[in-house]
Design a protein around this ligand. Structure first.
Ligand SMILES: NC(=O)c1ccc[n+]([C@@H]2O[C@H](COP(=O)([O-])OP(=O)(O)OC[C@H]3O[C@@H](n4cnc5c(N)ncnc54)[C@H](OP(=O)(O)O)[C@@H]3O)[C@@H](O)[C@H]2O)c1
Length: 220
């Protein structure tokens, strides 16, 4: 397995923290990013203690600049402004969008309409030289942090227009699930993958569980 320097933008949140945990445990050098370097360092220490390896923390732009793979794990609110601000650190890199533009009302969770199609496509438009891949949308933050074992019963669906970048991210998924991510198609498919998370959230509420995605019918 190739090892990477991976920035986790928004890594102080539950989803970024959960992904960072498994990526660091797999031997990647992980740099948590935050709007506050001090917050990132504190969160990185907690993850490092959990995993038993050093995890670094820095402000978002410094973390992105230091990395060859950048995970964007932030809320949809403020996404455009954040990606614009980080563009110099994202240019030319593999950028993994884990962002789900979701709304919530009395009927539950639902996918928001996004002008560009999806958060991942918005990132691609804002940073044209980035090799944007959509992935890790459907893993529960609680499961990522609490599980003692890899999430072998789940699949990470990966989409993107750059085949090599998609292969790198499919390999990263193995750190979390024990097997490569599943190629779901071109980057435009992020417009289907991101709102699928709303369905999982509604299932979780209805059945009081933490549901995930598992694909049948492909050879491992
Ligand atoms: N939680 C889950 O179970 C889950 C599962 C699958 C996918 N996701 C997706 O993963 C993403 C992150 O989820 P989360 O639950 O970890 O979110 P979160 O806790 O709300 O936010 C993550 C981090 O993003 C930063 N942030 C918040 N608002 C920001 C803004 N306006 N601009 C820049 N940075 C901001 C914060 O870090 P600083 O304040 O330190 O900068 C925060 O700790 C979301 O798009 C979500 O849909 C979440």
């Amino acid at each position: 397995m190739s090892t990477h320097t991976i920035a986790v933008i928004g890594g102080t949140g539950p989803q970024g923290r959960g992904l960072a945990r498994w990526l660091a445990a797999a031997g990647h050098k992980v740099v948590l990013g935050s709007r506050s370097a001090a917050r990132a360092e504190e969160a990185a220490r907690a993850i490092g203690q959990r995993v038993g390896v050093e995890v670094l923390g820095d402000d978002n732009l410094s973390a992105a600049t230091a990395a060859d793979v950048v995970l964007v794990v932030v809320p949809w609110d403020g996404h455009r402004e954040l990606v614009q601000a980080l563009a110099p650190g994202l240019a030319g890199k593999i950028v993994v969008s884990c962002v789900n533009p979701l709304g919530f009302d009395k009927n539950g969770a639902f996918g928001l309409l996004v002008d560009e199609g999806s958060a991942a496509q918005q990132t691609q438009q804002l940073v044209p030289t980035a090799r944007v891949v959509g992935a890790f949308h459907h893993l529960s933050a609680v499961t990522l942090w609490e599980s003692e074992d890899q999430l072998q019963h789940e699949d990470v669906l990966v989409c993107g227009d750059d085949r090599d970048a998609k292969d790198v991210v499919a390999d990263l998924a193995a750190a979390v699930t024990g097997h490569r991510g599943v190629d779901g198609g071109a980057l435009r498919v992020a417009a289907q993958l991101e709102p699928l998370t709303a369905v999982l959230i509604n299932i979780n509420r209805r059945y009081k569980t933490r549901s995930g995605v598992a694909i049948q019918g492909i050879k491992r």
